[in-house]
Design a protein around this ligand. Structure first.
Ligand SMILES: *Cc1c(COP(=O)(O)O)cnc(C)c1O
Length: 408
């Protein structure tokens, strides 16, 4: 019989979102008429920008004729898309990133886990706690951890707690690590990093010859112009960081699928015998072998995000969600909750009230307000006592959910 990847058996059985579904379904079975409002999973709700739809329609029209037909495209993405990304997302912010360093893909969830393909075994790996579960689970699947202990923390990973006590700013690891996952603006806490904070990470990475994996999927939600959108705004980051970006949250592409990863040509890793090798070539090789590119139609849709209409429409989408976040923040603060995030990110992170733990508060909200959120402990042991509410919903649902929470 075929052997399975035994690392998968180390994954925690009660993974967060299936457990949420289980509790929601059990509740709905007893109360089928309940009008649930879901502020749980971070999926967008508003329609695609018109500019993207028009561009995709035009691309379908092209594809329907022999002359405009496109078969396989370049695995790394079409150059017209990579050029506009390099120019508008990076060069405009004085980040020295070239189109060849951009790899277009079908999602940054995939990229942030696939990146482990080009990294070896035995790296010391640091993640924040709480954390976007993909970073941890992909390392478990790749055999980079031991088993999960009592708190659900895996042996072999270095966990960096982020809580109100440190203002959601992880301390630099006291020990040596080789790989560091950072996500700003942060999912789940909604925290954002200052330029100084990123400078400290880059300095650590350079000192330890470590690699930073920087997830900037939520950069478009940053409201304060002084805050960095990219790790490459820090000098030296080209020598120590890979950045993930996505059109999922800024342009509503969660169901359309387009993202990109930046791998500077100046990044190095080492082989078992200590020879230096550049990561760009390895990622390029990995993508050419295992990936066949994003559809022409979708890449035309993503290109339209950078048109003036696309920019105006995505800005409006973001403002819409950020107003939701602000409504959630204001209401919960007025009710006496301790509220974090939601100012530069579509997530509001709150302390659970009355000594309830995260799952108790989840059940309380579900049963008494018919509102679904996400228990903080599902993102890591240090998320215990917190709860995440997402701003991705209609205005009326957000307002209704807040009215119901006020009546608790
Ligand atoms: C939503 C999200 C992404 C985007 O993933 P896609 O696969 O591009 O849809 C990436 N990172 C984090 C932390 C996210 O929450």
């Amino acid at each position: 019989m075929v052997k399975v990847n035994a690392n998968y058996l180390k994954l925690q059985a009660g993974y967060l979102f299936p457990e949420i579904s289980r509790r929601v379904n059990a509740f709905l079975a007893s109360k089928p008429d309940a009008q649930l409002i879901r502020l749980g999973i971070g999926d967008v709700t508003e329609p695609l920008p018109k500019a993207c739809c028009e561009a995709m329609k035009a691309a379908i029209k092209e594809m329907s004729g022999v002359e405009g037909f496109h078969g396989y495209g370049p695995e790394q993405g079409y150059s017209w898309l990579r050029e506009v990304i390099a120019k508008q997302d990076y060069q405009s912010r004085k980040c020295e990133i070239s189109p060849e360093e951009i790899f277009v893909s079908d999602g940054s969830k995939c990229d942030s886990s696939n990146i482990l393909d080009i990294l070896g075994q035995g790296n010391r790996i640091a993640v924040t706690d709480p954390v976007y579960p993909v970073y941890v689970d992909s390392n478990v699947m790749s055999g980079n951890t031991g088993r999960a202990g009592d708190l659900g923390r895996y042996e072999g990973l270095v966990y960096l707690p982020i809580t109100a006590a440190n203002n959601f700013e992880a301390q630099l690891p006291e020990e040596h690590v080789d790989l560091i996952y950072l996500c700003f603006p942060n999912n789940p806490t909604g925290a954002v990093a200052s330029l100084d904070q990123l400078r400290r990470w880059v300095a650590y990475a350079k000192e330890h010859q470590a690699l930073i994996l920087f997830d900037a999927a939520y950069e478009a939600f940053i409201q304060d112009p002084a805050l960095p959108h990219s790790i490459y705004e820090v000098d030296g980051a080209r020598e120590c960081a890979i950045e993930f970006r996505s059109f999922s949250k800024n342009a509503g592409f969660t169901g359309t699928r387009c993202a990109f990863t930046v791998v500077p040509k100046t990044l190095k890793g080492k082989t078992d015998d200590g020879a230096e090798i550049d990561l760009w070539s390895l990622w390029s090789r990995r993508q050419s072998t295992k990936f066949n590119g994003v559809s022409y139609i979708v890449q035309r849709g993503a290109e339209a995000v950078y048109s003036s209409e696309g920019q105006a429409e995505t800005k409006e989408l973001i403002s819409f969600y950020m107003e939701n976040a602000s409504i959630i923040r204001r209401k919960l603060m007025s009710l006496g909750f301790k509220v974090f995030g939601g100012e530069h990110a579509p997530y509001v992170w709150v302390n659970t009230p009355s000594n309830m733990d995260s799952w108790q508060f989840f059940d309380h909200l579900l049963h008494h307000a018919n509102v679904v959120g996400t228990p903080g402990s599902g993102f890591g042991a240090s998320g215990e006592g917190y709860f995440r509410l997402s701003a991705f919903n209609s205005r009326s649902n957000v307002e209704k959910a807040m009215e119901r929470i006020a009546l608790l």
